[in-house]
Design a protein around this ligand. Structure first.
Ligand code: SAM
Length: 219
């Protein structure tokens, strides 16, 4: 049966309390250097995407890292921005974030969070894939509610021909393009750059765009 929100949260809380890195990213199984390098690489990819869209003065801007975990990407990306809001439902994960002055931990509750200001950008890596569609839609709306109009959200949401529903909290869920379209309509996003994977999701045959970030613009 599909895990509930509480079961998914309990899984991440347990991982945070024991050995979070291998649960957060495959590189975590190969030591801290590999883990940190993977975060640096993801951070550079996000920055390159924002630059490509003409956002060049990032040091005056703020960004949301939704499902930050213990800061694998939050830390390297924080050097480029005025402020990074690191949002997660696991208090234990947030406690392990690096103590950088411009990283602001924010606890999400029931897929909702609120900031004291509207921000310029948001990204989310390996979060939607571990949630059911209903949670994903709420997260998307919450991100949208905290973004400035015209702000970009870069979200890892793998799109296949069929909706895959994970049976365990670490399983991968995927969306169809129709699901993404309806979620964007609900959350108030324009789909700017969306990449899809052909066929049905299978662990041993991950699609070429599985790890890509969908680029959405807040209307
Ligand atoms: C696979 S880890 C990825 C962490 C980080 N994004 C990275 O790439 O290193 C997933 C993280 O998202 C958080 N998370 C998952 N579902 C969430 C939800 N519905 N609301 C808030 N946080 C969530 C978990 O607690 C965990 O820290």
């Amino acid at each position: 049966m599909q895990p509930t929100y509480s079961e998914v949260k309990a899984g991440w809380d347990r991982a945070a309390a024991t050995d979070p890195n291998p649960a957060i990213h495959p590189a975590g199984a190969h030591g801290n250097i590999a883990y940190n390098e993977s975060g640096e690489k993801d951070s550079q990819y996000i920055i390159a995407t924002l630059l490509r869209y003409g956002f060049v003065d990032l040091s005056n801007d703020s960004i949301i890292d939704f499902g930050s975990g213990n800061g694998r990407v939050t830390k390297p990306i924080s050097h480029q921005f005025k402020k990074v809001y690191a949002v997660d439902f696991s208090y234990s994960m947030l406690q392990q974030l690096p103590q950088e002055g411009n990283i602001v931990p924010v606890l999400a509750v029931d897929n909702w969070f609120g900031l004291s200001e509207l921000v310029d950008y948001a990204f989310s890596i390996s979060v939607f894939i571990h949630n059911n569609f209903d949670s994903g839609v709420k997260v998307m709306k919450s991100i949208s509610d905290n973004l400035k109009s015209g702000g970009l959200a870069l979200l890892q949401i793998p799109i296949y021909d069929q909706n895959t529903i994970g049976q365990h909290w670490t399983d991968v869920s995927t969306w169809t393009i129709d699901q993404l379209t309806s979620a964007c309509e609900f959350a108030g996003f324009e789909m700017v750059e969306v990449v899809t994977n052909p066929g049905t999701f299978a662990y041993d045959k991950i699609g070429p765009n599985h790890h890509c970030l969908q680029v959405l613009r807040k209307l």
